[in-house]
Design a protein around this ligand. Sequence first.
Ligand SMILES: *Cc1c(COP(=O)(O)O)cnc(C)c1O
Length: 416
Amino acid sequence: MSYAMETFDPEIFEAINQELERQTNHLEMIASENFTIPAVMEAMGSVFTNKYAEGYPYKRYYGGCEHADTVEQLAIDRACELFNCKFANVQPHSGSQANGAVYAALLKPYDKILGMDLSHGGHLTHGSKPSFSGKNYQSFTYGVELDGYINYDKVMEIAKTVQPKIIVCGASAYAREIDFKKFRDIADEVGAILFADIAHIAGLVCADEHMSPFPYADVVTTTTHKTLAGPRGGMIMTNDEDIAKKINSAIFPGLQGGPLVHVIAAKAVGFKYNLSDEWKTYAKQVKANTKVLADVLIKRGFDLVSNGTDNHLVLVSFVGKEFSGKDADAALGAAGITVNKNTVPGETRSPFVTSGIRVGAAALTSRGMKETEFEIIANKMADVLENIEDSELHAKIKDEMKELASKFVIYDKAIY
Ligand SMILES: *Cc1c(COP(=O)(O)O)cnc(C)c1O
């Protein structure tokens, strides 16, 4: 019996290869996605998937962990170097797990969380009602003004009224720089813990292309698969030894069992990439490309939330227009450009329909696209949005986008 995937499981083999084709032929502009490097995929597909390593480096509950210790310690050391902090836990299986561990470590059930409203750009795990964070804790929210910016004076007022145990800053759909120092002042004023979730912007932060949450935040979480372009996973960082100990216990044995050593190995490889000079160039290019996207869309008459961008994404608002975010998402999808619908300030439609889209530049920048390509793509997006019902035009643009994409092939095979 052969266990090579092609012969052992042709259905899955076929689906994986079709996914490679999809990723190659479409323009991926979902702001939370990226393309990782083959070395990261090699680590993820490695023999470490077989290994149980409950515990932490050099303090394990299983034998045979000496090589698991090596990779986890390297991942931790590289993470600390990358973000200039003292402690890192690289075991969270995802960003949501990381956030759950922060609350489990630092709060009691029904303590008060103050986070950014999901419909204003926050994340489910920042206290949203359908999430554990809104069920197990008393959650309160702040949002953005109609101009698309966080009003820090207002956050201060809300914090004084709410008196939260923890303030969460960081977002999934916010195009402007987050001022962690101002959040620190707010947290100090009300005696709250400051928790920064940099899941979206971490790849910019580690390249000095966005203000760092250190030294302002008490605890910081991130995903490793968004702008960091590493494997799918989460991480928690702090400079506070007491918090670090609580976090470690909250992850294991609190919330998780055995760590995903193969993913931790891949995180270490990803961090090595993030520490390179090449990465600094990449992060700069992400911002430059996003700026072109914003400028072209504004020139073509579209409303951008906050009227521009400081980071890797733009939010386009269709408030007052006949078509919705859902319509725009579908039309762009038909034109080979993948984005996602998103609520925007002054929203009048339901979260399933919305009046906006979120568009990010990180993934296409990883494929090597620069300002020239982003100018072409942004103009094609505008063409689609101006002709939202012209399916013939969408099909024509889809062919053009496939042609453009074919010049920026990122993988030569589906499985590394
Ligand atoms: C994506 C995201 C998360 C959650 O990450 P998952 O890996 O999807 O669980 C948490 N916080 C923010 C701000 C995010 O954007």
